[in-house]
Design a protein around this ligand. Structure first.
Ligand code: AKB
Length: 342
């Protein structure tokens, strides 16, 4: 008898931290976690098993089929937008080939288990690419199908994997005589920039939000690499985890699409500066624009329209900007860094 588990790739990443903690603490789910690096020791107690390994290792993934009854795959592993620009080939390998390996694993598991494995995939506002600031302003809250013309490797990878997910779910081997009945149950969320109290992202371009806050909390000076008027949407990590679990839980029949926007607040960099300065009046923050990273953020929408997620699976964020900072981020970050100092 094999154990029923959920598989989480990219377990050490920001979303991985939040998801494993939530599933472990609240839902008491059996978790098999996978990451290239040794798992953060705080996460180990929540996992039935941790596998240190590479999503490009097909043999390793294949072995999971024999060992576990996997009900859901949360495929979180990826290389973020700024890092991807420095090594686009490696980014393509991890973000696309790694994802294909997981999609194929999902299909094989579905076949063996006789029911569709849920495949939950976090995409990003990086899947959009607006041509200029005038269009960005005119578009406002953007719908899922508008301006899917990304300008980064990461954005191209995310958009393509969204399409691959739909393909594997609905059309996989569509001409084969022995076409399988149970393919994966693919569900995808396009996230805005995420801000967590527990982790600092590495290699993203929305990182100026979390970096500004974490630097201030540690008494370190920070140079924000975008203009004060730069606007994209952000979300507090607990809401991101809430969205993933709500989408996972939704009845298949209620989903009218497979890729959904979610959003919660949409501050300018100056709004972020103001709220951080209010909490940490001595924080040294200045604006020193990096034109290349600025161009990437300028190509991302100012906000997204998440009405489909609200209508289909009852999405609603718990945290607006005030609550995210005042009730979650600032208290949790203060306690985190004071514990470190002690
Ligand atoms: C990044 O900046 O690359 C990510 C994202 C917006 O998906 N945080």
């Amino acid at each position: 008898m094999r154990n029923e588990v959920v598989l989480i790739t990219g377990a050490n990443g920001e979303i991985g931290h939040g998801l494993i903690t939530r599933l472990g603490e609240v839902a008491n789910t059996h978790i098999v976690a996978l990451d290239l690096k040794p798992l953060d020791k705080h996460l180990l107690p929540y996992c039935d098993r941790f596998i240190q390994g590479d999503i490009l290792d097909k043999m390793l993934l294949g072995r999971l089929i024999a060992e576990y009854e996997i009900t859901t795959i949360f495929h979180l592993a990826s290389i973020l937008s700024t890092k991807s620009e420095y090594n686009p080939v490696a980014a393509h390998e991890i973000n696309v080939e790694g994802s294909i390996n997981l999609l194929r694993l999902g299909v094989e598991l579905s076949q063996w288990q006789g029911r569709s494995v849920k495949f939950i995939y976090p995409s990003s506002i990086a899947a959009y690419g607006l041509p200029d600031l005038k269009t960005k302003e005119e578009e406002g809250k953007i719908k899922e199908w508008r301006w899917c013309t990304p300008i980064t490797m990461y954005g191209c990878n995310k958009l393509y994997c969204e399409h691959l997910g739909k393909y594997y779910a609905n059309h996989y081997r569509q001409l084969a005589k022995d076409r399988i009945k149970n393919s994966i149950d693919f569900r995808c969320i396009r996230f805005p920039g995420l801000i967590s109290a527990d982790t600092i992202p590495t290699g993203g371009t929305s990182d100026y939000g979390p970096e500004m806050l974490h630097s201030a909390a540690q008494g370190e000076p920070y140079s924000c690499f975008v203009r004060p008027d730069t606007r994209i949407s952000f979300m507090a990590m607990p809401d991101a985890i809430k969205a993933l679990l709500l989408l996972e839980d939704a009845p298949r029949s209620s989903l009218t699409q497979l890729v959904y926007n979610v959003t919660s607040f949409s501050p300018t960099a100056k709004n972020l500066y103001d709220i951080v300065k209010k909490a940490y009046p001595d924080a040294e923050i200045n604006f020193k624009v990096d034109p290349s990273r600025q161009a990437i953020v300028d190509s991302w929408p100012a906000d997204t329209d998440d009405s489909a997620a609200r209508d289909d699976w009852g999405w609603e964020p718990d945290y607006d900007m005030e609550r995210a900072f005042n009730d979650y981020l600032i208290p949790a970050i203060k306690s985190r860094y004071s514990k470190k100092d002690a």
